[in-house]
Structures are given as C-alpha cells and as structure tokens.
Design a protein around this ligand. Structure first.
Ligand code: GLN
Length: 381
C-alpha cells in the first residue's frame, strides 16, 4: 500500500457530516448551501439530458462552455482567454488541481503551500512526488509576508499552490499581497496553480484579483474555477481550467487519462448559467453576505470571538480568548455530540505546527438553519 494514502485519515468533511447525521445535528461543517441553486440552470441540465446530451463531449469540454467561460471571465475579471487553446473543462476543481500537480511536478520538486491548507492539497502534492514547503499563516489576519515567502521559495521551487479567497479562513487576498506572491513566482521561475473557486463568493464590495492578470504571471499561471461554487451547486463537479496554450497542452494530457470528460448536460447548463446577468451574481453575494452577518452577529452575541471573513461560505471563531487550553477538535466533537451542531476544527487544515483554537462554520444556510444552530450554541458553556 502506498503510505501516503494508507496513513491518511478520512477527510474531516466526511467525518463531520457523518457525525452530524448520527447525532441529528445542524450541519454547519462541510460547505454546501441549503439553497438548491438557480432553477433555470437546473432546468437546463434536466432538459439537456432529455434532449440527448449524453455521449462523450470533446475532451477539452463543449465549445459552447469554453466560449461562455471566456466571455464570463472577460466580463468579470478582464481576462482575455482563447476558448480553443486556453480553456479546459474538468470534473470538478479537485480534478483540475490533481491534474495540474501531476502534469507539472517532477519527483523532488518543491511546492510552496499555505497553511491552513485545503485538505486535498498536501496528499496530492506528495503523491505527485513534490516536496511541500509550508508557509504557516496565523489568526486573526492570516497574512502573507515577504519574510515568510522568502523562507519557502528556493531555486528548487516548481510551483506554488494558492487558494484565494481562502478556505477555511475566508480571507480575500489584496492586490498588494498577490503582487508580492507574483514577484516570488517570477524571481524563482515558478508556476502558480491558483485555486480561485471562491472568486464569486466575495463580500463587502471587495474586488477579486486573478493572479493570472498580475505582471509576469500570464504564462505561468493555472487558474482553476468551479461551477459548483459559482452557482452554489457543490455536487455538480464541473471545473474550469485556464492557462496559456503551452501550459494547457500538458494539463490536457493529465486530464485525458484522469476523467477524460465531464457530463455534457451539466456543461450545457453551466454554459447557459455563466451568461446570466450581473444581477444574479451580485444577488448571490448579497444573500450570502446577509447570512454571514446573521451568523457572525449571533455568535458575537453569544460571546464568541468571531474572525473576519470576506469570502467563501465560511467564518471562524477563535476559542483562544475564551480559554487558555483551546482544543478545536475536542470542541467540535463535544459540539456535535452534546449540542447537535457540526463545525470543522481548523487544525485539520494544518500538516504541522497547527493552530488549535479556530473553528470554522458554514453560513451558506437558510435563516432558520442558522437560528437553530445559534439556539443550540447558546447552551455551550
Ligand atoms: N469544499 C468543502 C468545504 O470546504 C468540502 C468539500 C468536500 O467535502 N470534499 O467544506
């Protein structure tokens, strides 16, 4: 057995969702919305199945979707992408990330990663033969500094795997932070694999800055997006990959023998959805921002120390101010078993030297769900 997988624990999302079912808990752990997603987009997917979109689509994705994606990112992020040579459809962002790592890493290459890190990253990097160089971020700001980057990058750095907005912290990195990261990528001739799946889930009128648009980055960036997050339908697993043609060529070689294609009816529906009016996207942001504020206010009123979140479906509390010996895992286990609320201990997103005082909650829920969770949280001593 390969020890990377043999010794890997079951993903925290599965563990907590299982506990939530067992204890009939309100599940604010794994990130998925209560809302079923836009009805017109769902209807398109259903119609497409009936209309016969059921055979293998082209390996790179339906041309309709690649064109719609290029138009969408021109409209929202000012990117100029050639649908024929710079866009690829994958079965979810996780496939896109796995494919990029398999395609770019050679055994012994160093890969810069940021902790807390989304739990899929590290095993994928290691299985691809990469050596992880971890940059440790800390609450409350989770900020990147020149010193931290200088300690992680070296002549052996092949790529940086970067998530913005960041899960689990909800941080949206500023142009200044991203420019600093880009400077290091250019200086060390490294690729940037950018998991930007939360690009549309961003609050407080903040602007999303795609790394690909920064000086020196156009040819060295792999941008990864997700229809699951764009439309709040996390089970769809339709990912989008954007990269310059030379890079895309090798990414497509990984994709062709991982999943090869992605269900065509979903591609038809996503192509339609990406063309929805600005109002849809701003409306989604506004709705989620209201939910964020509702949960943040409720938790604050209960005496919890709530950390800022400017994006994603998540906000966190810091237990440290409440107790000296904060243990996020023990807190979450007691919370789900005794009080019936599931949350995610952020220490699960560290490979070493974990911050153990932060707990993540998903707020992409109906008001009634949030209020039910808050009622239960009120009983936590
Ligand atoms: N992205 C989701 C989250 O952070 C989880 C996805 C999964 O369960 N693998 O909660």
């Amino acid at each position: 057995l390969n020890p990377i997988y043999a010794e890997l624990p079951t993903t925290i999302f599965e563990v907590m969702s299982h506990l939530a079912r067992t204890h009939d808990a309100v599940n604010l752990g794994q990130g998925f919305p209560d809302d079923p997603g836009p009805q017109d987009v769902r209807r398109k997917a259903a119609e497409a199945v009936v209309d016969g979109w059921n055979q293998y689509p082209p390996m790179m994705g339906l041309v309709e979707l690649r064109r719609a994606a290029a138009a969408h990112y021109r409209r929202w992020q000012g990117l100029e992408l050639d649908p024929d040579s710079e866009v690829m459809v994958t079965s979810g962002a996780t496939e896109a990330i796995a494919g990029a790592l398999l395609a770019l890493i050679e055994p012994g290459d160093e890969v810069v990663l940021f902790q807390p890190l989304y739990d899929a990253y590290l095993p994928l990097v290691r299985r691809a033969g990469g050596i992880a160089k971890l940059v440790r971020l800390e609450p409350p700001a989770w900020n990147i500094t020149r010193e931290k980057l200088a300690a992680a990058f070296s002549e052996r750095t092949k790529l940086v795997l970067f998530n913005n907005p960041q899960n689990p912290t909800g941080v949206v990195y500023s142009r200044q932070d991203l420019t600093l990261l880009a400077e290091f990528c250019v200086a060390f001739d490294a690729y940037a694999v950018c998991d930007e799946v939360w690009e549309h889930v961003i609050f407080d009128d903040l602007a999303f800055v795609p790394v690909m648009a920064l000086p020196g980055m156009r040819e060295r960036t792999v941008k990864i997006s997700s229809a699951g997050k764009i439309f709040g339908m996390t089970g769809w697993k339709v990912g989008l990959v954007f990269a310059a043609p030379a890079l895309m060529k090798v990414l497509s070689k990984a994709h062709q023998f991982l999943t090869f294609t992605t269900p065509p009816n979903l591609q038809v529906a996503v192509a339609y959805g990406l063309g929805k009016s600005d109002d849809y996207f701003t409306g989604m942001r506004a709705g989620l921002q209201r939910s964020r504020d509702r949960l943040a206010r409720g938790l604050t009123d209960l005496g919890f120390s709530v950390l800022a979140s400017s994006g994603t479906y998540f906000l966190s509390i810091d237990l440290a101010p409440l107790t000296n010996a904060a243990d996020d895992e023990a807190f979450c286990l007691d919370l789900v078993r005794t009080h019936g609320v599931a949350a995610i201990p952020v220490s699960a997103f560290y490979a070493e030297d974990a911050v153990r005082s932060v707990v993540r909650f998903c707020f992409a829920k109906h008001d009634t769900t949030i209020d039910r969770a808050l009622e239960r949280l009120a009983k936590v001593p």
